[in-house]
Design a protein around this ligand. Sequence first.
Ligand SMILES: Cc1ncc(COP(=O)(O)O)c(C=O)c1O
Length: 408
Amino acid sequence: MSPFDPMESLASMRHEFGEHGGVNMSIETSTTFTVLDAEVMPEIFSGQRSPEQGGCYLYGRHFNPTVYVLGRELAALEGAEAGYATASGMGAVMGSVLQHCTHGDHIVASKTLYGGTFALLKEFLPKRCGIRTTFVDVGDLEEVSSAIEERTRVLYLESVANPTLTVADIPALANVAHDRGIQLVVDNTFSPLILSPILLGADVVVHSLTKFINGASDLIGGAICGRKSFITELMDLHEGCLMLLGPTMDPKRAFEVSMRIPHLGLRIKEHSRRALVFAERLSELGLDVTYPGLVDHPQHELMSRLMNREYGFGGLLCLDVHEAAKADALMETLQNRDRFGYMAVSLGYHHTLISRPAASTSSELTEEEQRAAGIPPGLIRISVGYTGSMEQRWQQLEDALRVTGLIA
Ligand SMILES: Cc1ncc(COP(=O)(O)O)c(C=O)c1O
């Protein structure tokens, strides 16, 4: 069990008060910053004078004080030296890989990834940037190792994979990557607070803040955490992916996300508590359920060893009803008859969200790639919310299973 508690780490960082002593930080909306002496301007642009060195912020697409505070909060949660927020999770994924690679370089990635990331690596990067990816089973260290080539720069994976909930052995994978001189980049969107990839050996962590961290399904955002030198490199005026491609976060959005972080711990615990109870009951009913908190999950022991226990095994569970039509009927009943949740993609919302990955967030994968990734057509992904009472929600779920003939 890890002694690290991300919420304690957050509570230990310096609090940012508002301009007039407000308990909340002020929002710095300015896109540009005033210098008093003209000679300071070139020094700011050449990187010699940061705000801490008597200079000032440079421009809103570069570091912004409000976005910077959110970055510090996320870094504290991840146990990282530094962090910065992006306009979307995909902005973070893109920056985290592209910053490490140039034309002709190579990436080794898990074959089970969020569909957008899969498409970025499989289609976009080779065609537009000449950067190839080999997809592997990251549970097979031999396969990972033998896929690494001379020009490989990055090993990319999700700590808990979307949507299969396969848990990566981050310490072992970090060893493989570092032995071969490459960077381990981990998407921790499914398990914020629960897993701390950087403390387990990863070099970079990315998040879609759109999910659990924001928690209200009302804004799109992302983040990159890692070494201070890497975050600075992302903002380099000549070669920084975030600075030049432009997916930095707006300060007003950063403020909104920052206001939801203090209750992230409470939310994650409740998502996890309910998901575990539902998973156990579905399993007792003889259904084909996947949840890392169940002892029969293939990586249950691994996750128990790696996780920050306080926060449970996460808010996502999968139910395989073995046929797409049955899955669709169940989802419709859950939403339209029983009001258990909403048929929608995304996750980490306070209400329950239900989707069929094969037809949605993994549809970028061909049928064969879905099979290889472990995504059957009848798989339903449930992001368990915390609205209503748990027993009320369980009755709704049980009713829908009965009405659709999945249980007697
Ligand atoms: C694991 C994972 N990473 C990244 C993303 C992309 O995030 P965003 O939609 O915020 O760009 C998603 C989106 O679903 C995701 O599930």
